[in-house]
Design a protein around this ligand. Structure first.
Ligand SMILES: [Zn+2]
Length: 80
């Protein structure tokens, strides 16, 4: 592929292009690792939020179930 058609270094597309070509590019590798660290933080926050919601549901089962049924009803009407 001509160099001009390649994605700019530092992007995920460029990282994958290097990977497919068997090339190592420090700029792309470091940018990719930085994004992966950000994803790890996002996943950690998501897991913590999920555990907090489950704990909240155990504390307020009636309120949780009412909200859950309300939200579930929206899902089934959205799908149709
Ligand atoms: Zn690169």
């Amino acid at each position: 592929m001509p160099a001009d058609d390649r994605p700019a270094c530092g992007t995920e597309a460029a990282y994958r292009t290097h990977l497919a070509a068997g090339e190592d590019c420090e700029t792309c590798r470091e940018a990719h690792n930085e994004r992966a660290r950000g994803d790890d933080k996002k996943r950690a926050r998501s897991r913590a939020q999920s555990r907090a919601l489950k704990a909240l549901a155990r504390c307020f089962p009636i309120e949780y179930n009412a909200l859950y049924q309300q939200e579930l009803a929206k899902e089934t009407t959205d799908v149709e």
